[in-house]
Each structure stands twice: as structure tokens, then as C-alpha cells.
Ligand binder design. Structure first.
Ligand code: 8X3
Length: 247
């Protein structure tokens, strides 16, 4: 039995790989960057199997799965790979960025889930843990397509539960808010590391280890218990009033 974690080369994915391996589980860590995966393999040893996979390309996902030994059973799929690109308003955003987010956050996640589910249903056990976002629930300026992809992940998670009734397969959506210590904002701001760093200045943000703890806690709940969704913010982040435009 193994835990398949996408986006394992950094951030939440690397932290979850560490947490699950430390808890004694075999981890298959999937990502594009083989050198990063090999580094993690060097650190985690035999419990960690690197799997080179580009979540933005369904052919790459299919080929990576094909390369796994036939007897590998995946008991938990953690759909962590995903990205935000840009924070421009919808009339100015780069459509290619939108396509990339849709391809990775929606199409890749959906394709991989569809490929893994039959073996879980056949075993009448398994767990899909999706990494959504508070952006899937709360709109914010510039969140446009990123938030929409995460709203998809939220509803897909809930609808999976409807389809999987009676199979014993569990589904949870973890919805993090402001998290530091990942490449998320460096990717979003396309290498403008100063802008990314500003977001986390003087804030006690959520850390990848917090999300990893949560994923492990979910996985270790008894088989009869399903947490549908879990929304996590730093104490420093809360809600604002809805803006009103006055004439
Ligand atoms: C990450 C949280 O608030 O940057 O998904 O969209 S946020």
C-alpha cells in the first residue's frame, strides 16, 4: 500500500512526503523536477519512490502510472499539485496562464483521480485527499480563474463522495489560506521574489508542515469517519467586509 502525492518536489508535497514517510508509510512522490525528487529520495530513503510526472499533461500522467510496478496499490492519493499564475484582473490576465491553471488544477487532477479510483473501489478502501484553497470559497480581486479551479476541486470532492457512497473510499478537501514556506507566491508572481516575500512579511502564516500534519491526521482517522472539507487559515488571516462602489 502506498500514498501517491503529487507536487512532491516542494512545499506542501515535500512536507507531506516527509510526514507520511516518518509515520511509516510508503510514499510515491510525483513531480516534474527529477533532481528535487532525487534529493527527497536521498533524505527519506526506501520509503520514498520518485515518480516523474507532469500534471499539466495527461500523457505524462498516463505514462508515469504505466511505469509503476503492477503490484503497487495506492491506498491514498493526495492531489496536491496545482498553481496560481498572476493576480491581474480578468480583463488583463494572460489567457495562457488561465489555460495552464485549468490544465493542471482541474484536468490533471481529474485525470489522475479517474485513473486511480477503480483500484480503490475494487478494494473497497482508499482515500482521495484534495488540496483545495480558501480561494475556492471566498472570491478576491485577481483570484478569477485560480479561485474558480479551486471551487471545481471543492465541488468535485463533494461529488466524488456522492458517487463513492457504499464503496468505503473516503474523500476530503483541505482548503488552506495564507501559507508561507512554499513556492506558491514565487510561481504566482513569476519569479518576482520580492513581491512574493512581501506577502509574508510580519505574518505568522500557515506552514507546509501544518498542512502535512492535517493530511496525516485525516488519513489516520478511523475508516468509518469522513471529513468532507477542512478550511485552515492562520490566526492572522480573517474576513473583510464586502466592498461597495459608490457613485
Ligand atoms: C492559496 C490561498 O489566499 O493565496 O490557495 O488564494 S490564497
Amino acid at each position: 500500500m502506498a500514498i501517491l502525492i503529487t507536487g512532491a518536489s516542494a512545499g506542501f508535497g515535500a512536507a507531506m512526503s516527509r510526514a507520511f514517510a516518518a509515520a511509516g508509510y510508503d510514499v510515491i512522490g510525483a513531480a516534474r523536477r527529477e533532481d528535487k525528487l532525487q534529493e527527497l529520495a536521498g533524505e527519506l530513503g526506501a520509503r520514498f519512490r520518485p515518480l516523474v510526472m507532469d500534471m499539466g499533461k495527461t500523457e505524462s500522467i498516463a505514462a508515469a502510472l504505466q511505469s509503476l510496478p503492477e503490484d503497487v496499490e495506492i491506498d491514498c492519493l493526495i492531489n496536491n499539485a496545482g498553481l496560481a499564475l498572476g493576480l491581474d484582473s480578468a480583463d488583463k490576465a494572460d489567457f495562457a496562464d488561465w489555460e495552464t491553471m485549468i490544465q493542471t488544477n482541474i484536468v490533471g487532477l481529474t485525470f489522475l483521480t479517474r485513473r486511480i479510483l477503480p483500484q480503490m473501489v475494487a478494494r473497497k478502501a482508499g482515500y482521495i485527499i484534495n488540496i483545495g484553497s480558501i480561494a475556492g470559497t471566498y472570491p478576491y480581486p485577481g483570484g478569477n480563474v485560480y479561485g474558480a479551479t479551486k471551487a471545481y476541486v471543492r465541488q468535485f470532492s463533494l461529488n466524488l463522495r456522492a458517487d463513492l457512497a457504499g464503496t468505503g473510499v473516503r474523500v476530503s478537501n483541505i482548503e488552506p489560506g495564507l501559507c508561507g514556506g512554499t513556492e506558491f507566491s514565487n510561481v504566482r508572481f513569476k519569479g518576482d521574489d520580492e513581491r512574493a516575500a512581501k506577502l509574508y512579511e510580519n505574518v505568522q502564516f500557515i506552514r507546509p508542515e501544518d498542512i502535512a500534519d492535517t493530511a496525516l491526521w485525516l488519513y489516520q482517522r478511523p475508516a468509518h469517519m469522513n471529513v468532507n472539507s477542512i478550511e485552515i487559515m492562520p490566526v492572522a488571516q480573517s474576513f473583510g467586509a464586502l466592498p461597495v462602489t459608490r457613485e
